[in-house]
Design a protein around this ligand. Structure first.
Ligand code: SAH
Length: 388
């Protein structure tokens, strides 16, 4: 390896303090090699992983940006991220992995605060107004959502504030005030009011439209999500009329894309009720009638479906970092689908679940494809094809 390859010429000035980009000390090709080696190490027993798919331009890929606000002892307002492991705000005006428009909106909000006499919330005293600013952008639609998280509902001269920020950023299509009066580490509170627009934005992924509200989960790197889901759909090998089960479906992205790409019937299951509600409205927005979403534990749901002898041709699963459960995997084996597509954000639990599946059934791993969804961080996403 050349020496120039191990150092990143664009090393961020707050790399250590922020802690968000653990691999910034490596060049991008070196990061990809590091991730490839890790996947190879964990998944070697199941076959040779394909070369990791990296990004052509691994910068400014995050479509969701949030900033904390703080007034320093000199009276200057600072916006940025919490120093890792603490509640001290590190000032950041632009970040190499965040969307550039989102960063500019946050700086503009900060600059407007003085003239609108807006104060920052102080966690120690419980006084002050603005806690966080959250910005989401639909990369395909260029719709921008601005969320102002405030400690109190009263927002003096909010209409003028909305006018002032929109004058600078015509791409802002909606502005929401979220009220978070609690002593909590969570950014968003329960109540919110729409100050401008519809209260949500939309984005397009693999030809399907998705609605994104302040609280809904949405993949944060849409460019690589298309690559990842493209592989997942390719591995599903849909010819038309298959029944597909989308387990751990979140807002229904994988299932909705499968339905658009030929699945005859799609069933989605997800634990989070808000996400299920979003999934149902996303299916409607894409005019899909052949898709149903259920709220519940994926393992319990699988067990119920398997015991009812309801067949299913393809199971697509995308569990959280902890991986899947024995109940889920046992029911999967009992259900006996032709194809299983496992999307994983943690190679360690992926290896554990693949071992269980291959030890206890005739399923074999056919393909292992890592995709770099989060350049400069140590997260690794992998999609695996299993069949009998
Ligand atoms: N496939 C989705 C989201 C995957 S993230 C997408 O790409 O948008 C993993 C999801 O699993 C989260 O939405 C989480 O709420 C859900 N989840 C976690 N534990 C679960 C369980 N036991 N049963 C069902 N869903 C679960």
């Amino acid at each position: 390896m050349k020496k120039s390859e191990i150092t990143n010429s664009r090393l961020c000035p707050v790399y250590k303090k922020c802690g968000g980009c653990q691999l910034q000390n490596m060049s991008y090709p070196e990061q990809l090699r590091f991730k490839q080696n890790k996947v190879n190490r964990y998944l070697k027993p199941f076959g040779k992983p394909l070369p990791i798919i990296g990004m052509d331009d691994p910068y400014h890929y995050r479509n969701k940006v949030q900033a904390a606000f703080y007034t320093n002892p000199q009276g200057r307002i600072i916006s940025g991220v919490y120093q890792s492991g603490s509640h001290r705000v590190v000032g950041i005006d632009s970040c190499q992995i965040e969307d550039e428009t989102a960063d500019k909106v946050i700086v503009a909000v900060r600059k407007l605060m003085r003239s609108f006499k807006m104060t920052t919330f102080n966690e120690d005293t419980g006084r002050g107004f603005l806690r966080h600013v959250l910005v989401k952008r639909g990369f395909a639609t260029n719709q921008v959502m601005l969320v102002l998280v405030t400690a109190k509902p009263m927002f003096p001269s909010k209409n003028n504030f909305v006018k002032a920020i929109r004058a600078q950023f015509p791409e802002i299509t909606t502005i929401v005030q979220n009220i978070n009066p609690y002593q909590t580490n969570l950014v968003l509170g329960d109540k919110q009011q729409v100050l401008y627009g519809k209260g949500y934005i939309e984005d397009v992924l693999c030809g399907c439209r998705f609605r994104i509200s302040p609280k809904s989960f949405y993949q944060i790197n849409p460019v690589q999500t298309e690559v990842l889901y493209g592989k997942a759909i390719e591995y599903a090998g849909l010819k038309g009329n298959e029944t597909v089960l989308d387990a751990y479906c979140g807002i229904g992205t994988i299932g909705i894309i499968a339905a658009k790409h030929g699945a005859g019937r799609v069933i989605g299951v997800e634990l989070n009720g808000d996400a299920v509600r979003d999934a149902i409205s996303n299916a409607k927005a894409n005019s899909l009638q052949n898709i149903r979403f259920y709220k519940g534990d994926a393992g319990d749901f699988m067990r119920a479906v398997a015991s009812e002898d309801e067949g299913c041709d393809v199971v697509m699963m995308d569990p959280p970092r902890a991986g899947s459960s024995k109940v889920f995997l046992d029911s999967l084996i009992q259900m006996d689908p032709k194809t299983v597509v496992y999307v994983s954000c943690n190679p360690e639990t992926l290896a554990r679940d693949l071992k269980y599946l291959t030890d206890n059934s005739r399923y074999r791993v056919r393909k292992i494809q890592p995709v770099d969804m989060f350049p400069h961080t140590n997260h690794i996403e992998t999609v695996v094809l299993l069949s009998q």
